[in-house]
Design a protein around this ligand. Structure first.
Ligand code: NAP
Length: 300
């Protein structure tokens, strides 16, 4: 029997609608605002940023895009981040990746104050994730993948999972998140010797390696749940890291590309921005001593 398709497009629309409803409860002069730093002329990055801005507007989140030439110096960029950190009207800050090679991504991302780091890429937030701490702002793509897995209704606890790809922004946080949900996780990468064997033992497969149709149907366990993060072009068409047409005859659930993880990533970024906004509102209320935010943590 053919797999059930997990539609990130439909699920993300529900998340965005719920989020818009929550944001509508706030007065229009007090809305969440996201700042996006875009460096250089990468065409794909420009499209991603445009999509984020449009999606933010649709749920009522302000989005300020700051564009810089690829020749901007590291110190100048760090100063921009410092200003955004100190600006009380900005609730979330993201730096669109990849940055030009002349800039040290770790240094730049580490400069974003943890409570405004809505991409969750800073070492502080990835550290909190490794502690399974509730305050962690979790990077949007792995968080979106988790929501897609939960949407199937399958019990994650005790399942074996393989994550193919170990990048700092997708693979590693994904493996950590699944571990926190009591899966037994194998993190595979380009030096993994026996990938087909490893995949064949997994109840859950998350493909995030950026290799078009690398994961074959015959590698999959019958009834596996397959989430495809990859975005590749093959013969002029978009495709994922999984050979979708064949794999959907073997899996129980599978995400398409496009229309799977991509829309969830954007929805989760917006959720993180709203979460950051709410926390900052609470902290502000307490700083002013009126203790009315009702957050239950900082207010009695
Ligand atoms: P990345 O930084 O290039 O990392 C790719 C990872 O895949 C690396 O860990 C690499 O291993 C591993 N890999 C490469 N070839 C492999 C192979 N033949 N077998 C096993 N592992 C292999 O990429 P990324 O930023 O994590 O993104 C991965 C994919 O997801 C890309 O297609 C990207 O466009 C897509 N993406 C989609 C979204 C979304 O919202 N849908 C968001 C982010 C990324 P090594 O570490 O050994 O080099």
């Amino acid at each position: 029997m053919s797999a059930q398709i997990i539609s990130g497009k439909e699920i993300s629309a529900i998340y965005r609608e719920k989020l818009a409803e929550k944001i509508r409860q706030y007065p229009s002069e007090n809305m969440p605002v996201l700042a996006v730093i875009l460096v250089g002329d990468d065409e794909a990055s420009k499209i991603y940023v445009r999509n984020k801005k449009k999606a933010a507007a649709e749920v009522g989140i302000g989005c300020e895009v700051m564009e810089f030439s690829s020749t901007i110096g590291e110190n100048a960029l760090l100063e921009v981040i410092d200003e955004l950190n100190d600006n009380p009207h900005i609730n979330g800050i993201i730096v669109q990746l990849p940055l030009p090679k002349t800039l040290n991504s770790l240094k730049i991302l580490s400069r974003i104050r943890p409570e405004k780091d809505v991409d969750g890429f800073s070492p502080y937030n990835t550290g909190l994730l490794s502690y399974n701490h509730p305050d962690a702002l979790i990077s949007a793509t792995p968080k979106g993948v988790l929501e897609l897995l939960l949407s199937t209704g399958i019990e994650l606890e005790g399942k074996s999972a393989v994550v193919v790809g170990r990048s700092n922004i997708v693979g590693k946080p994904m493996a950590m998140l699944l571990t926190n949900h009591n899966c037994t996780v194998t993190l595979a990468h380009s030096k993994t010797g026996n990938l087909p064997d490893i995949v064949s033992q997994a109840d859950i497969v998350v493909a995030a390696c950026g290799r078009a149709k690398l994961i074959k149907a015959e590698w999959l366990k019958d009834g596996a749940v397959v989430v495809d993060v990859g975005i590749n072009r093959m013969d002029g068409k978009l495709c994922g890291d999984v050979d979708f047409e064949a794999a959907k005859e073997k899996a129980a659930f599978i995400t398409p590309v496009p229309g799977g993880v991509g829309p969830m990533t954007v929805a989760m970024l917006l959720e993180n921005t709203f979460a950051a906004f709410c926390r900052q509102q609470s902290a502000q209320a307490c700083d002013y001593g009126n203790h009315q935010c009702g957050c239950g943590k900082c207010c009695p």
